[in-house]
Design a protein around this ligand. Structure first.
Ligand SMILES: C[S@@+](CC[C@H](N)C(=O)[O-])C[C@H]1O[C@@H](n2cnc3c(N)ncnc32)[C@H](O)[C@@H]1O
Length: 192
């Protein structure tokens, strides 16, 4: 889906405005706040939550309509909102404590290129957290994109994990009203 498709989707109704994903909240809740970017932030549910914890956060997405929804939600005024294609965007200055990417699904080569580049934005010890729909979700889970070429898996994220000191790289389950969904989680730190 391109930016106009996402704009139309966000214009129709709020999508993911509520609080953060439970696993994300559990993984990041205790981290000392610092400088972060949320790539493909959508309505900024994670960016607004992180801002509330004291993070200096930039939310990037190519859907202006999605970001506009987030801007007016509670906590939206504490987030820096940037309309940009994440494939062309670079933070300035870099030296980030956290790069966060939730449910951004691109062709596999673009995903690996983007995440590899994003690791270069981290300070030594800074974290990359990636969460998205797992390839196995097509056969054994519910919801999410149905195009296998854009889904994550442990194998597909392995080249990115190879650039990090890895804390977690695994398939995880997520309870939804429609049933269990399968996601891929990658959490790692940039080596010193
Ligand atoms: C499923 S939503 C996830 C939103 C948010 N991360 C969350 O978890 O609530 C995917 C988002 O990716 C954005 N997106 C997709 N491709 C993008 C690109 N190349 N550059 C910037 N944003 C992109 C869409 O606009 C959309 O907001």
């Amino acid at each position: 889906m391109q930016a106009p498709d996402w704009d139309a989707r966000y214009a129709e109704k709020a999508q993911w405005s509520a609080g953060p994903n439970e696993l994300v909240a559990a993984l990041l809740d205790d981290l000392p706040p610092g400088r972060a970017v949320d790539l493909a932030a959508g309505e900024g549910r994670h960016a607004r939550w992180l801002a509330g914890l004291g993070w200096d956060i930039t939310a990037v997405d190519f859907s202006a309509v999605g970001l506009d929804r987030g801007r007016v939600e509670a906590g939206g005024d504490a987030v820096r909102w940037v309309v940009a294609d994440v494939l062309d965007w670079t933070p300035s200055p870099a030296d980030l404590d956290l790069v966060f990417v939730a449910y951004l699904h691109l062709p596999e080569a673009d995903t690996v290129d983007l995440l590899s580049r994003a690791i270069g934005w981290l300070r030594p010890g800074g974290r990359l957290l990636v969460l998205g729909h797992d390839l196995a979700n097509l056969a054994a889970g519910v919801g999410g994109p149905q195009d296998p070429s854009i889904l994550h898996s442990v194998d597909r994220l392995a080249p990115v994990a190879g650039l990090l000191a890895v804390d977690r790289l695994e398939q995880v389950s997520r309870a939804t009203p429609a049933g269990t969904a399968l996601d891929t989680l990658l959490l790692g730190r940039r080596a010193a």
